[in-house]
Design a protein around this ligand. Structure first.
Ligand code: UN1
Length: 509
């Protein structure tokens, strides 16, 4: 285990990368500087891939596709099984690199790698379960079925906040489904991407006969991403990030009839009902709203508390906000680490100002400067009591702000709950069956994830992950999300000596 107290973070990151077998020769001298949010220090300056280099990567991926698609799926699963083994061996190192590059606590860094291991296990099983249906046909002596085939090159665009897990959800599924991957990680987290590539390369070496360029990393900003988005050979673009980014990516991919999985912003809410177990709700809300310094797309950002329990719950929450430990995740046991950068801090402060202007009472939210270098941005999470759902409450601010509102009527709180642009995750705290079932019903939460008596974040990989409306509608990870990575062919086979036409059509020549 690297102890970041003993070395600067640049050296610590390199030590991890070296140990994982990544090429550390070209981490400096490029135009894309990256920083550790833990201290604000620069840890790398990578060269960006030009659009032509991205195209060359897609050329190689397209060549890999031509052979990988013919490898039997269970054999493809073997590669993902090996990736899972390599990830288990690299868990501490990769988790630590996630902490250095994204500022997560060690437990959350390790948790993210565990999520990668879990999706590998899931995908290995899936490699023997890429089932198609057999469908009743109206014609005698015929059989109808569907077959799922590999789709093509998958482009992955990921965000800083889950710098490795999101790649693994996409890559584990893409590989078993017969597709190569080209990955553009966030400009803020390129080193964890190089680490993942090195880990996958180890699995590929053990696998033996995989085609070259099954998974490649392209480094860069907007232009690099655009080259991926616009290339017609990239059959599927799976993009995680802001709704603003998705508004650009979605139509561009659609314009060339490509497929996209969009996993965009969330404005996730919890509802605390009169019958709720308040101790449980308190803990769930604390993790959901303050965990990962509010930088999960599933972070709880709005909370509706019933009038009857408001005065019991909210003062306790405010106390928890006041006492939560904020600090360097590498050298302390703090639960809340840094914001990713100064821009995130500025956005948080602007949202808090707007909330005050809209009549909100702000608890917390100030910068924590003791023992933190000036270039790092640590904040006390903010709880804001709001008179109504207006202004900044309607938007996602990627920072630890929880807007708390009172409600009295169940029907209207569901309407309020759904009256925002995003539709990712949601939760209700209740022991009343009627309320929980209503929340989960067709006229309840309109989100892709709806939970009862747990928070909005921390989904397991076994379920489909994603949301509706401005969250983009994509689904990744478990359940049948794999279908987006394959193309479906409907096959009708005539094993009779006649040629009856469907719908009773007669065409005798
Ligand atoms: C994200 O923030 O982009 O449900 C993903 C969760 C995690 C994934 C979050 N399993 O919070």
């Amino acid at each position: 285990m690297i102890d970041a107290r003993d070395m600067d973070l640049k050296t610590a990151a390199r030590t991890v990368l070296d140990r994982l077998g990544a090429d550390t020769a070209a981490l400096d001298g490029g135009s894309m500087a990256s920083f550790s949010p833990v201290t604000g220090e620069q840890i790398a300056a990578l060269a960006e891939h030009s659009a032509a280099e991205v195209t060359a990567a897609i050329d190689r991926a397209a060549a890999a596709f031509r052979s990988w698609r013919n490898v039997p799926a269970p054999r493809r699963g073997e590669l993902v099984r090996l990736l899972g083994e390599e990830l288990r061996a690299a868990k501490d190192d990769l988790g630590r690199l996630v902490s250095i590059e994204a500022g997560k606590s060690p437990s959350e860094g390790a948790g993210e790698v565990q999520e990668m291991i879990d999706i590998c296990d899931f995908a290995v099983g899936l490699s023997r379960q890429l089932y198609g249906l057999t469908i009743a046909t109206e014609r005698p002596g015929h059989r109808m079925m569907e077959t799922w085939h590999p789709l093509g090159v998958v482009g992955v665009i990921s965000a800083f906040n889950f710098p490795v897990a999101v790649w693994s959800w996409n890559t584990a599924l893409a590989l078993v489904c017969g597709n190569p991957v080209v990955w553009k990680p966030s400009e803020k987290t390129p080193l964890t991407a190089l680490a993942c590539q090195a880990i996958l390369d180890r699995a590929i070496a053990r696998f033996g006969d995989a085609p070259a360029a099954l998974s490649q990393v392209v480094i860069g900003g907007r232009e690099t991403g655009e080259a991926l988005v616009d290339d017609p050979r990239v059959a599927l673009v799976s993009a995680t990030g802001s709704t603003r980014m998705g508004r650009q990516v979605g139509p561009r991919v659609a314009a060339r009839f490509g497929r996209s999985i969009l996993e965009l912003g969330g404005n996730n809410a919890g509802i605390v009902c009169p019958s709720a177990d308040l101790d449980m709700a308190l803990r769930a809300i604390a993790f959901g709203a303050m965990g990962t310094a509010g930088q999960r797309c599933t972070t709880m950002r709005r909370l509706f508390v019933h009038d009857g329990v408001y005065d019991q719950l909210v003062p306790r929450l405010i106390k928890a906000y006041g006492s939560v430990s904020v600090g360097n995740p590498l050298t302390s046991r703090a639960l809340v680490g840094p914001l990713v950068d100064g821009q995130a801090f500025a956005a948080m402060q602007a949202a808090l100002e707007a909330a005050k202007a809209a009549g909100g009472t702000v608890h917390g939210g100030a910068r924590v400067t003791d023992a933190a270098p000036e270039a790092a941005f640590y904040v006390k999470p903010a709880l804001v009591e709001m008179p109504a759902q207006t202004g900044p409450v309607l938007e996602e601010t990627f920072a630890p702000i929880l807007y708390v509102m009172r409600y009295s009527d169940f029907g209207s709180v569901i309407e309020q709950h759904n009256a925002v642009g995003a539709g990712l995750s949601s939760s209700i705290f209740t022991t009343d069956l009627r309320e929980s079932e209503a929340f989960l019903s067709a006229s309840g939460s309109d989100c892709g994830i709806a939970n009862v008596n747990i928070g909005t974040s921390g989904a397991e990989i076994g379920g489909a992950f994603g949301g509706e409306k401005e969250t983009g509608g994509g689904r990744e990870s478990g359940s049948d999300a794999w279908k987006a990575y394959m193309r479906r062919a409907t096959n009708t086979i005539n094993y009779s000596r006649d040629l009856p036409l469907a719908q009773g059509v007669v065409f005798d020549i």
